[in-house]
Structures are given as structure tokens and as C-alpha cells.
Write a protein of this length. Structure first.
Lengths: 223, 223
């Protein structure tokens, strides 16, 4: 599965481990502004689940050079991260061309090499408006393409595809071992503390408000 | 388009340039045993077409670290290259998991970033038996997936998909500026001169025999 360190992939990881799966986590360093902080969150999540003796493995891929040729404000090579709501038109500046397709292709290659049969992605309904590579029609087609590419050996699984971030939090908190959201990182900006203002932070804070809980991570404007 | 330096992608390049296209060639260094020699061939092909003032551009991607985690005898990390016919069962050892899917995904990301509308691949019918990621059902699905991933901006074009290597040579030699096959490299082995014995060499030599021409490259056993 793809593990960024954000709350969606953290929930997916918790969900699959609670179901008894052995999970190989693929983390991609692709030159995004928040990659370093995502990585720290991802390592924290792995340490958490390893402490509880879950079978989790890490595979890291360095793709910053590849993505440096692409245009996106999410990348270090691009313009500033827009503020405002996650579904606003301005958030299209944060689309990274080919991202989920490239990540999934590499995961399919790895899965075939290690004998895994499923690749999982934490895409969800909040992503559909802005990110074409998170929509159901893309995921269905991707599943078909990876099936053919691997001669029928690998399937794509996206259990959160039709859920929003509020439902994702409910799923994560209701697991036998709840997801450690205090270890996750959602902000798109290149700074240690989450900004609370970019589309990604705004959507996360809304979801916590919707379930009546305080987001356990610290935000910049609280200082 | 993907340009390896072999005769299929060289023909595709010649074909598209003769049709008046501006072509951005993507070359991938992915840790295959013959990558260094492919690269020299690829650079020779570019120099040839540049000399004739065709609009060709090069984008190089380094993926050896990514592919080092995958299993294949084609890779430096894998076992020996099998000898014999290209369509034999033993050639399955040279399948590289996810290769065309990963390459196409990266090309789609680049195409979107530079405003190109088509990505082209030199896959052909000789590849269908052994390589799942060269078959028509994969290519059709890939086209659909990339269409969705890029919000309808990019298409996949594979003009040689149903042709064999013999027909490919006929196409290449019949272009107004024939393809410089003396500059191409087909052998899978890690050596300067082509071996003439691996499946890839055998298929190439058969194709030249079928059109009644001498292959213009030098082979090891001729010395």
C-alpha cells in the first residue's frame, strides 16, 4: 500500500492490519514541499504498529528527480501552496501530474516481485473534485490496467474510495486499535507545524469538528 | 515517446518524425544489463535526426534504484539472460515487472507538464506472447487509465502494436528518410557487441533475413 503519513493512508493501514493483513508500505519521496514532514509521520506510524507487533514492512522510493520535470505547486519546484477550502478551484494548482498512476505502477512492480496480490490506496471522496487520479473511474481503469500488466496477478483495493474524511475518522477511531492520528501529518506546507489554512488542513479540521473531537496534532496558529 | 535505442522504438521515432510530429523522447535508465549500450544507441539516433533538423527532444529518467527492488533476469540484479528464440518460455525470465506501466505513467506526467497530447510506445506483436505489458488488452486499458488520470488530456498511441519485426523493418526502410538501423541496439546482454544468441538478437536477425537484407550492426560471432 501507499503510506504517505497522512490521515487517510494511516486509516487504511490501521484498517488492513486490524483485518489481519501483512502490509508492505510504500513511501514515496517525490519532491513535494511537505515530503520531509510526511516521512517523519510515516516513520512514527510504522514504529507505532511495530510496537504492537503488527506485520508491517517499509519500501522507500526516491522519485524527486523524476517529479522535478513536472509542473505542480505541491512540488518544491512549483509556486506557493494555495490557502482556502480543499474543493476550491485554486487547489487545482496542487495536482501533481501522474502521481497516483506512477506510485501505483511502482507498487504493482514491487507486488509482483515480492509475491503480494493486492495493492491498496487511501484515495477517498474528498479528493474526487480536484484530483482526477483519485476518482472512481480512474481507479476502476487502473485496476484493469494493473491486472493486464501483471498477467492477472495483482488487484487494486481502495476501501475508502467512497468515504469522506469524516467517515474515515469514524472508521479509524472505531478500530480495535484506533489509528494514532496524533502521529499523522496532513498539511501541504514546507514547515514543521501544520498551517491550519491550506486546503488539506481545512478539510482535516472540518472532519474532526464533524465527529466532535479535537484534532490531536498541534497547529501553527495555536502558538 | 519511449526511446530505448532498439529497432522498434527507432522505427516509431522515424515514423512520427516523417509524419511531421515534434517528438519528446523519454529514455529510461532502469538498471537493465544492456542499458548503457541502449543509451549510446539512443544518443546516436537523436544525433542522426538532429543532423537532419527534425524537432526531437530528450528527457532522461534514472530509475535503477526503483527497479533494483524488482525481480528480473534482464536487470543487473537478476540472473543470466537466456539464449534461444524470443517466444520461448525461458524468455519469461526477462519480463520486468511493471516496466511499460511505470514508463508510460512517467511519460503521461511529463506530457501533461509540457503540454503534449499523445504518448507513443514501440510495442509490437512479437512481444505479445511473453510480455503482458505489451499486449493489446493492456494497451487499451492503459489508454483508458491515462485518459482518466490526466482528465482527458493525454492519449496513448502504439502504431506498431499489431506488426511483427519484419513488417517494422519494411516500414522503417520505406520512410522518406529510412531509419538508421546501423545505429540501433537490440541485444539484451551486457557487452559491447551484440551476442546474436539471446531471444532479442535472434528475432532481429530473423526479421532482417525475412526482408532479404544484411543486418548493418556487427555481431560478436562474426569476429
Amino acid at each position: 500500500m501507499g503510506l504517505s503519513g497522512g490521515m487517510d493512508s494511516a486509516t487504511l493501514l490501521g484498517f488492513m492490519l486490524n483485518e489481519g493483513a501483512e502490509v508492505h508500505c510504500c513511501h514515496f519521496q517525490y519532491g513535494s514541499k511537505h515530503n520531509e514532514y510526511e516521512k517523519m509521520a510515516m516513520l512514527g506510524l510504522l514504529a507505532f504498529y511495530r510496537y504492537y507487533q503488527f506485520p508491517v514492512y517499509l519500501h522507500e522510493f526516491h522519485l524527486a528527480e523524476v517529479f522535478s520535470k513536472f509542473n505542480s505547486n505541491l512540488l518544491q519546484s512549483g509556486g506557493p501552496i494555495p490557502e482556502g477550502h480543499y474543493k476550491e478551484e485554486s487547489m487545482k494548482l496542487t495536482v501533481v501530474p501522474g502521481r497516483n498512476l506512477i506510485f501505483s505502477s511502482i507498487m504493482a512492480g514491487l507486488a509482483e516481485s515480492i509475491g503480494a496480490t493486492v495493492i491498496a490506496l487511501g484515495v477517498h471522496s474528498g479528493d474526487h473534485a480536484i484530483y482526477p487520479d483519485c476518482r472512481p473511474e480512474f481507479i476502476r481503469s487502473l485496476n484493469n490496467t494493473i491486472f493486464h500488466s501483471t498477467d492477472g496477478k495483482i488487484m487494486v483495493n481502495t476501501p475508502l474510495l467512497y468515504e469522506d474524511k469524516t467517515t474515515i475518522l469514524k472508521i479509524g477511531y472505531n478500530l480495535k486499535l484506533p489509528v494514532p492520528y496524533h502521529l499523522t501529518r496532513t498539511c501541504y506546507k514546507d514547515q514543521e507545524l501544520s498551517c491550519g489554512k491550506c486546503g488539506s488542513c481545512v478539510e482535516r479540521l472540518e472532519a474532526f469538528e464533524n465527529i466532535g473531537k479535537q484534532d490531536p496534532i498541534e497547529y501553527e496558529n495555536e502558538r
